[in-house]
Design a protein around this ligand. Structure first.
Ligand code: ADP
Ligand code: ZN
Ligand code: ZN
Length: 738
């Protein structure tokens, strides 16, 4: 066959079997097929999708064993050399198969062709047709056809559905048959947040902002850390850096920690860059995500914005990656593949020669250490724009409130401040990291706490749909009217949630317009956006919410922030609880007093003298850092070690215990050979003992940094025990060691 050279491809086949890395060899002659192409291949008796990850002249296997690729799915390869390299990196670093790593790079709807491009049909005159002459040629009775023809006098093209509705299908058919008009199709982009109004402020950068921009551009280091207090104008710095990148003909990725923050950022990006910004996150409709993805892949959009998964955006020639609020826990994925977004970003930036910018008012201890050690380029923005002061933080001792007989979720200080705030026509934010009405329901007779049948977790009462919800597995139960243990009808609610806060607030301030923002109120499409824009447009006076409202938002009229439960994260048994609490308070407090008016924060706690809270009220990051870093050095916690957990779970508890012991035994051998590199090794029940009917055990260890080969060994010994009935996961510095 002349000219038809046979080539060979390694193809990752998209089947969910995480035991095998599904790479198979196929042949092809279609010259359009290349590295990164999505293809359909024969697999056993089926035809399945796959991705070409290597193209070769000579096959590994014997020719007659190699089947040809059946079909090329799209002309443009979905992956590039760079994203393929990144996929390999993720697969190695996160200990997952390539097939699983690949899924990060493709909108899930693209697989199995669940979503396709959308086209819209239009009508236009055929070439050389003159309306006047054509009308003369029509029968007198063809009124509709004449009207339709005349409609083209004003417009070159008309929507097909418009014509069906306003004329008739038979009129359209008639004109097409006469060769007067024709149908053509045009691709239609499903574009999210279409009705968002763009905001563009005419801003001249301050000298500090200018030097921040210049510093990122000038530094030879890949990574810059912008340590800038809340309201110091970091966003403006990001926008200028992006502008510079686009001018250089390169592309940029901008990450924010919450989906809720993407519309705000998109507004500003659209104001400057129009359609050049595309948004990627899980809250979009399948079609929108698909179209936005392709706009990035085709180069129609050169700025990708989104939450953590947008780090896998299909961009080429990347010049800049920005991770805003880099300290945020959401940047570490907690389900497989368990990737750390900053690590992935570093790889991408280094591979492409791009700049990585991390920004925060409260950098993670690890990032700040890297900056002090000179690994990162450190840029500081120590003041708010126009030297506005950071809001005053008042600590309220809730123990005293209770002694005084105040059992409501609000201290008298907070009530007073709320009243003042509302009287002045300002807005307030009330933060509480617990959704639902009450965290648990307890029997006052026997003390029984209602628990999930599948998990070792107390159920949260949701008043709106009168149900008990498991926040871990999502199971929903009917609210009880009597204790399931003793039958008593005396049920107490323990622990306040956002639903209850709204109800109580409404009682206190009957005229106030209150909005609630949490997982339950943001399920609808663009749900975040609707609540936030209502609040931004002063359609409400008080916004009550969970961590969704804690970060990033810029509401000029907010002058009061109430933090209801700072203690929840403070007493969490995790080496980062101090760091996390400090970050949270600083972030929430940072929402107050961002414009002309001075802001105020009321922080309610049962541990008012706790050093972390004391430092947080003074925004004393430096001393928090000094304290944390010395404690972690002394006790051997990150960033000096990696916390590694092997999580073993199974429906069969006996088997889980057996496997845990075996894994522990094998890891112990590694430990004995490397005592100097281990800071801790132990095995035990996981803090959350049962989840979705699976019993959970763990082998926990801390290994010095720079000993990744030891983590590899730990993975290989544990992975052997994996089976359909034995779930085994390796977690490195996970944010959630429940
Ligand atoms: P951060 O991201 O550091 O919290 P923002 O970038 O949101 O801070 O800036 C805080 C506020 O200051 C915003 O309303 C922003 O529009 C405004 N701002 C930023 N830079 C300037 C500037 N150079 N001149 C005037 N206003 C500015
Ligand atoms: Zn009871
Ligand atoms: Zn459950």
């Amino acid at each position: 066959m002349d000219g038809l050279k046979i080539l060979f491809a390694d193809v990752i086949v998209d089947i969910t079997n995480d035991q095998v890395d599904n790479i198979f060899e196929y042949s092809f002659t279609d010259c359009e097929i290349t590295l990164g192409s999505r293809v359909v291949v024969p697999f056993g008796k089926r035809e399945i999708e796959g991705i070409v990850i290597a193209v070769k002249n000579t096959p590994r296997y014997e020719l007659d064993k190699i089947k040809p690729i059946s079909k090329l799915l799209e002309d443009t390869p979905a992956l590039t050399e760079e994203t393929l390299a990144l996929m390999e990196h993720v697969s190695k670093k996160c200990y997952v198969t390539r097939a699983l790593a690949l899924r990060l790079f493709l909108p899930s709807e693209m697989r199995k062709g669940k979503v396709k491009e959308q086209f819209i049909k239009y009508l236009r005159l055929c070439d050389g047709v003159s309306i006047e002459q054509a009308v003369i040629g029509l029968k007198k009775s063809a009124v509709k056809q004449k009207e339709l023809l005349n409609a083209f006098a004003e417009k070159d093209s008309l929507g097909y559905t418009y014509c069906v509705e306003n004329f008739s299908v038979s009129a359209i058919k008639g004109l097409i048959e006469k060769g007067l008009i024709e149908i053509y199709k045009e691709k239609y982009n499903r574009s999210p947040y279409k009705h968002i109004e763009t905001t563009s402020k005419d801003i001249t950068l301050t000298d500090r902002q200018k030097s921040a921009v210049n510093s990122v551009i000038a530094t030879e280091k890949t990574t810059s850390l912008i340590y800038g207090v809340t309201g110091s104008g970091k966003t403006e710095v990001y926008l200028n850096l992006i502008e510079n990148t686009i001018k250089n003909g390169q592309t940029a990725i901008m990450l924010v920690p919450e989906i809720a923050l993407t519309p705000q950022m998109l507004k500003q990006l659209r104001a400057r860059f129009n359609d050049n910004a595309a948004i990627l996150h899980s809250g979009l409709s399948a079609g929108e995500r698909f179209d936005e993805w392709w706009r990035l892949r085709n180069g129609q959009a050169r700025i990708a914005i989104g939450a953590r998964s947008a780090i896998f955006a299909p961009l080429e020639n990347i010049g800049l990656i920005i991770i805003d609020e880099e300290h945020d826990g959401s940047y570490v994925s907690e389900s497989s593949p368990r990737y750390n977004t900053i690590e992935v970003a570093k790889f991408r930036a280094e591979y492409s020669g791009a700049k990585l910018v991390l920004g925060s008012a409260t950098p993670s201890i690890e990032s700040y250490k890297n900056a002090l050690d000179g690994v990162y380029n450190l840029i500081e923005l120590p003041e708010r724009i126009n030297k506005r002061s950071l809001p005053d933080v008042e600590i309220v001792d809730m123990r005293k409130e209770i002694r005084r007989g105040n059992n409501s979720p609000f201290s008298s200080a907070l009530k007073e401040e709320l009243q003042k705030c509302l009287d002045r026509g300002n807005q307030a934010i009330i933060f509480l990291n617990q959704r639902g009405y009450s965290k648990m329901v307890i029997c006052t007779e026997c003390g029984h706490v209602q628990k999930c049948e599948a998990c070792d977790v107390s159920l949260t009462y949701h008043k709106e749909d009168n149900s008990l919800l498991c926040h871990y597995c999502g199971a929903k139960y009917k609210m009880i009217d009597a204790c399931t243990e003793c039958g008593s009808r005396f049920i107490r609610y323990g622990g306040t949630g956002t639903e209850k806060v709204v109800i109580e607030l409404q009682k206190l301030f009957p005229k106030a317009r209150i909005l609630r923002m949490d997982k339950d109120t943001t399920q609808s499409k663009e749900g975040h956006f609707k609540i936030l824009s209502t609040f931004a447009n002063k359609g409400a006076d008080i916004l009550v919410g969970t961590q969704m409202i804690a970060k990033g938002h810029d509401f000029p009229s907010v002058t009061l922030v109430g933090i209801l439960d700072a203690d929840m994260s403070l007493h969490f048994s995790d080496y980062r609880s101090g760091e996390r609490t400090f970050q949270l308070i600083t972030q929430v407090a940072g929402r107050s007093g961002r414009a002309e008016q001075v802001g105020k924060v009321v922080l309610q706690t049962y541990s008012p003298e706790h050093p972390v809270l004391q430092r947080a009220t003074k925004y004393d990051y430096q001393n928090l850092y000094k304290h944390e870093i010395s404690v972690r050095k002394a006790t051997g916690f990150p960033p000096f070690t990696n916390v590694v957990r092997v999580l073993i779970s199974s429906e069969n508890e006996e088997e889980a215990v057996k496997v845990t012991k075996s894994i522990y035994g094998e890891i112990n051998l590694i430990y004995l050979e490397n005592r100097d590199k281990f800071r801790f090794l132990g095995c035990m029940k996981a803090p959350l003992k049962r989840l979705q009917n699976k019993f959970r055990y763990q082998v926990l260890m801390r290994i010095d940094v720079n000993c990744t080969e030891l983590i590899d060994k730990v993975f290989y010994v544990s992975d052997k025990y994996k089976s359909n009935k034995m779930f085994i996961a390796l977690e490195i510095n996970s944010n959630n060691l429940t």
